[in-house]
Design a protein around this ligand. Structure first.
Ligand code: NAD
Ligand code: DAO
Ligand code: ZN
Ligand code: ZN
Length: 368
């Protein structure tokens, strides 16, 4: 079939809207009509050329929601008409990782997904017979896309596509890091470094689980109003604070029970660890630092009980947990509507990148 997609022909070039050839689903695969997709920092990172794994030409996008149109041979868990959210972290429920209780990082299709290919090592997208690569196993900047069955979460049909697409990455990453990875207990003091699309979702996750103080840290004070709306109780601007760690300790009765780094900066990663409470404080790295960067701290920080860990896709097992997060949204436990600051048609997708780079959007959503 033919479909409309925004194609990334090369690093640093704007996306170009093209009519693309899309092959139907093979065994174990599913054809999805994408109804809406968010535009995330990771798409911009890959498009910029800084992503060492980025390959072109490709159809980017990994934060979508849509409807199943057709299923390939052997697909049992989905049927045409089902509403789905694509998963860049799949859940096969069979690999060593899926069977291990401590991780969500299913590895069953990791190597082909990382190369921009379907599990059989080929691409379903092409133009004039030349293959166009998939991206993060999702390629949601296309009106239609093909995914493995294990990379689709089936979700309730009354949930609006233009909101729940954000659960495909940002919402789950932030809320999940609190609920599934850190397992923050009610009454905990939580510190959040970075009040962007991820940090705000950490804040609302912390509020949802009943955190006590939720301290936000950012150098941009225009973020404060929105962060308060999502549950931030205290704010510190490091540029206006002589000793950030002391200021956090004063606000948190000796240190954070949990801190979350949502920036991707190795210096703030160190601060996030060192502001944790002696004996038990845990710091969770969510931000992705630039290629080749390294973190450091004095090992005594760990000897004296602080814990350093990371979180990918919020620790969510996509097919199991993403439908629950959709329920949290539909039940009013989390707010997505206010985070979607801009909407546009596919033809304007490059504006979403401009708004992101100008710091004017939290999330732009493209509706097909
Ligand atoms: P964002 O740019 O919207 O937000 C970052 C915030 O950090 C901004 O508000 C900015 O003002 C603030 N900031 C920048 N430098 C700072 C400093 N030195 N001190 C204090 N505040 C500072 O980004 P985002 O979309 O929220 O993403 C945050 C990070 O999460 C990125 O690194 C992204 O790649 C990563 N991410 C990780 C996962 C995962 O699964 N681990 C998933 C998605 C995104
Ligand atoms: O299993 O090795 C692996 C890959 C895990 C991918 C996790 C991605 C987390 C951070 C990237 C930002 C996503 C938008
Ligand atoms: Zn993302
Ligand atoms: Zn698996």
């Amino acid at each position: 079939m033919k479909t409309k997609a925004a194609v990334a022909w090369g690093a640093g070039k704007p996306l170009s809207i093209e009519d693309v050839d899309l092959e139907g689903p093979k065994a174990g695969e599913v054809l999805v009509e994408v109804k809406a997709t968010g535009v995330c920092h990771t798409d911009a990172f890959t498009l910029s050329g800084d992503d060492p794994e980025g390959a072109f030409p490709a159809i980017l996008g990994h934060e979508g929601a849509g409807v199943v149109l057709e299923v390939g041979e052997g697909v049992k868990s989905l049927k045409p008409g089902d509403h789905v959210i694509p998963l860049y972290t799949p859940e096969c429920r069979e690999c060593d990782y899926c069977l291990h209780p401590k991780t969500n990082l299913c590895q069953s299709i990791r190597s082909t997904q990382g190369q921009g290919l379907m599990p059989d090592g080929t691409s379903r997208f092409s133009i004039d017979g030349k293959p166009i690569l998939h991206y993060m196993g999702c390629s949601t900047f296309s009106n239609h896309t093909v995914l493995p069955e294990i990379a689709l979460a089936k979700v309730r049909e009354d949930a609006p596509f233009d909101k729940i697409c954000y659960i495909g990455c940002g919402v789950t990453t932030g809320v999940g890091a609190v609920a599934f990875d850190a397992k923050v207990e009610p009454g905990s003091n939580v510190v959040v470094f970075g009040l962007g699309g991820i940090g705000l979702n950490v804040i609302q996750g912390a509020r949802m689980v009943g955190a006590n103080r939720i301290v936000g840290i950012d150098i941009n004070e225009s973020k404060v109003e929105m962060a308060k709306k999502f549950g931030m109780t205290h704010f510190i601007n490091p540029k206006k604070t002589e000793n950030l760690i002391e200021a956090i300790m004063d606000l948190t009765n000796g240190g954070a029970d949990y801190s979350f780094e949502c920036i991707g900066n190795v210096n703030t990663m160190r601060q996030a660890l060192e502001c944790c409470h002696k004996g038990w404080g845990e710091s969770i790295i969510i931000g992705v630092a630039g290629a080749g960067q390294e973190i450091s701290t004095r090992p005594f920080q760990l000897v004296t009980g602080r814990v350093w860990r990371g979180s990918a896709f919020g620790g969510a097992r996509g097919r199991t947990d993403v439908p629950k997060i959709v329920d949290w949204y539909m039940d009013g436990k989390i707010n997505i509507d206010d985070l979607i600051t801009h909407k546009m048609p596919l033809s304007d997708i490059n504006k979403a990148f401009d708004l992101m780079h100008a710091g004017e959007s939290i999330r732009s959503v493209v509706e097909f």
